[in-house]
Design a protein. Structure first.
Length: 140
């Protein structure tokens, strides 16, 4: 990520005790995130205890605890509201998406692509970013 753009990675999670630490470490390993925001959406499996321990070890980690399960959309929007970055990326906590794909996903943004897009594609047996998406904001 260039110094001009700061990446906020938002990780919505619900009952992801088995994967939340792993995905957070994978995001950190990319070296691209300006901030990581984990939004727990009312987990009941001990995920919140793991997040508390993680936050002790990584004070810069932002953790938002929803009072009860409100759905992934509510968790994502809570992350959006807390984000300070220029580029917001949603990373599922269940390891469905691979943070090693971030450079390819972010490349069109650096090249002046749409200011908002989403999508994914599968080919060759591995999830890859798909850059066909929906324009939400116009370039300014």
């Amino acid at each position: 990520m260039s110094e001009a753009l700061k990446l906020s990675v938002i990780i919505p999670c619900y009952n992801e005790i088995k994967t939340v630490e792993q995905i957070t470490q994978q995001v950190l390993d990319t070296g691209l995130a300006h901030e990581i925001i984990i939004v727990d959406d009312g987990s009941t499996d001990g995920t919140r205890d793991v997040l508390a321990r993680m936050q002790q070890a990584m004070p810069a980690l932002k953790v938002i605890l929803q009072p009860h399960n409100q759905g992934k959309g509510a968790a994502v929007f809570a992350g959006f509201r807390a984000a300070e970055g220029d580029v917001l990326l949603i990373q599922d906590a269940d390891l469905e998406y691979d943070p090693r794909d971030y450079p390819a996903l972010l490349k069109p943004i650096h090249e002046g692509a749409p200011r908002w897009f989403m999508g994914r594609g599968f080919w060759g047996g591995r999830a890859k970013p798909c850059f066909s998406g929906t324009w939400l904001l116009t370039s300014s």
